[in-house]
Design a protein around this ligand. Structure first.
Ligand code: GLU
Length: 409
C-alpha cells in the first residue's frame, strides 16, 4: 500500500467512529491542487541536470497551505500528497489558522555541492513562486532541508516578487527573520505532549527513551529528554545506532557523529541496527526518521510502553491495531510532532507583525497549546473508545467541519 492510500485508510477508520458530512469527506479525499515541476541545475562539472520538484496544496479550509519541503531520493508525488494530507490534520489538531501542504524534490542532497544545493533550492522557488505567499502557501523545512536552505528560498522569493514581509518561508535562521525556538520546536513539542499525557499513559516521572533518527527532530528530542532528566538509552542515524543501558549523552553522541561520520565505535555503547532499536525494552520509543518503520512484521515485537511518533507516518494501520491490542499507546504524528509547525506559524505571525518574541515566550505558548490539545485528543479517544490516532483525527475533523460550515455561510 502506498503512503497516501495508508493516510486515506486512517481517515476512513476515523470517520467510522466519528462521522463527518459528505461535503467534508469529498474535500478530504483529494488535494485541492498539486504541481510537479522540472528544476534545471547547472552542475559543478559543467553539465545541466533536471530534477523533479513538487508542491501539494491539500486543503485550505482553515487557512493558507502550510508544510515543509523534503529533499530525498525516494521523494515522489504520492509521498508528498500523503504528507500534505497529514499537515491538514496536524494544523487542525493544533488549532492554528493554517491548511495543509507539502513540497519535495527527488534528490540526494548529500551528493550535491553547496553551490548546487543553493541552485536547486532557488530553482524550486523559481518554478513555484506564483502559487506561494504568506496568505496562500507557507513552506518550511522537512527531511534534509535546513534553515540555510529556507533563507535562500526566502531570498529568492523576495527577489522574484518584491514582497519584503519575509513570511512565505518559515524555519529561517534567526538572523534572517527566523523565530527563537524553531530549531528545537518539534523535539521540545514531543516532550510537552509526552508530559501532558504521562499520567494518563501510566508512565513513571523519569523514563527510558529509544530514538530512531538523528536529524533536526530526533537529535533535538534526544537533547530535550536528556535535559529534563530522562534516560536516552538508544540513538541512531541512517547507518545504524548505539545502545547503552546506562544512558547516552546526546551532545557527546552528536559531536562524535560530526567527527567520525557515523556512530560506529562510540565509547561504552553497544551497536544496534535501526530495526533492533525499535524492539528495545524502554518506556518510550520515538521513531523520528521515516515512514513505515513499525509494520505488521515487527509490531508484535515492540516492547515500549508508549510510541511517540515524531516522524510522519512511521506506523502502519496494521501495526496500530497490533499495538493497541498489546496496550501500547501510540501518540500519533499529527499530535506528537506538531511543535514544528506551531512555531513555524509563530514565525509567520512575527514576520507579518514585524515582531520578535523571546524563546521563553515562544516555548511557553507552544507548551500551553500542546498540553491543551493533547488532553482534547485523549478525551476524544476515551469518549469514542478508540486509539489516540482516531481521537486526534476526530478533533481535526470537528474543526475542519466547522471551517467548511463557516465558508458556506
Ligand atoms: N516539516 C514539519 C512537519 O512535518 C514542519 C512543517 C512546518 O513547519 O510548516 O510538520
Amino acid at each position: 500500500m502506498n503512503l497516501f492510500d495508508g493516510a486515506l485508510q486512517q481517515l476512513a477508520r476515523a470517520t467510522v467512529v466519528s462521522p463527518i458530512s459528505d461535503a467534508l469527506h469529498q474535500r478530504l479525499l483529494k488535494p485541492e491542487r498539486e504541481i510537479t515541476v522540472a528544476i534545471p541545475v547547472g552542475m559543478d562539472n559543467g553539465t545541466q541536470e533536471l530534477f523533479e520538484g513538487y508542491r501539494v496544496q491539500y486543503n485550505s479550509l482553515r487557512g493558507p497551505y502550510k508544510g515543509g519541503i523534503r529533499y530525498h531520493p525516494q521523494a515522489d508525488i504520492s509521498e508528498v500528497r500523503a504528507l500534505a494530507f497529514w499537515m491538514t490534520m496536524k494544523c487542525a489538531i493544533a488549532g492554528i489558522p493554517m491548511g495543509g501542504g507539502k513540497g519535495g524534490i527527488t534528490v540526494d542532497p548529500k551528493k550535491l555541492s553547496k553551490r548546487e544545493l543553493e541552485e536547486i533550492s532557488r530553482g524550486w522557488v523559481r518554478a513555484l513562486y506564483p502559487v506561494l505567499g504568506p496568505e496562500r502557501d507557507v513552506s518550511a523545512p522537512d527531511v534534509n532541508t535546513t534553515p540555510e536552505i529556507m533563507s535562500w528560498m526566502a531570498d529568492e522569493y523576495q527577489k522574484l516578487t518584491g514582497d519584503t514581509r519575509n513570511a512565505t518561508f518559515t524555519g529561517k535562521p534567526l538572523d534572517a527573520g527566523g523565530s527563537e525556538g524553531r530549531g528545537a520546536a518539534t523535539g521540545a513539542g514531543g516532550l510537552y505532549v509526552f508530559e501532558a499525557l504521562k499520567t494518563k499513559t501510566k508512565l513513571p516521572t523519569s523514563v527510558t527513551v529509544a530514538i530512531q533518527g538523528m536529524g533536526n527532530v530526533g537529535g533535538n528530542a534526544a537533547k530535550v529528554f536528556h535535559q529534563h532528566g530522562h534516560k536516552v538509552i538508544a540513538m541512531s542515524d541512517s547507518k545504524g545506532g548505539i545502545y547503552s543501558e546506562k544512558g547516552l549523552d546526546p551532545d557527546a553522541v552528536e559531536i562524535y557523529k560530526k567527527q567520525n561520520g557515523s556512530l560506529k565505535g562510540f565509547a561504552s555503547a553497544e551497536e544496534t541496527t535501526n530495526e533492533e532499536l525499535l524492539e528495545l525494552q524502554c518506556d518510550i520509543l520515538i521513531p523520528a526518521a521515516f515512514e513505515n518503520q513499525i509494520t505488521k512484521q515487527n509490531a508484535s515485537n515492540i516492547r515500549a510502553k508508549v510510541v511517540l511518533e515524531l516522524a510522519n507516518g512511521p506506523t502502519t494501520t496494521d501495526a496500530d491495531d497490533i499495538l493497541f491490542k498489546k496496550g501500547i499507546h501510540v501518540i500519533p504524528d499529527v499530535l506528537a510532532n506538531g511543535g514544528g509547525v506551531v512555531v513555524s506559524t509563530y514565525e509567520w505571525e512575527q514576520n507579518l507583525k514585524n515582531e520578535h518574541w523571546n524563546e521563553d515566550e515562544v516555548l511557553g505558548k507552544l507548551r500551553k497549546l500542546l498540553e491543551r490539545e493533547s488532553l482534547s485528543v485523549w478525551e476524544r479517544s476515551k469518549k469514542l473508545k478508540t486509539d489516540l490516532r482516531r481521537g486526534a483525527f476526530a478533533l481535526a475533523l470537528e474543526r475542519l467541519e466547522e471551517a467548511l460550515e463557516h465558508s458556506r455561510s
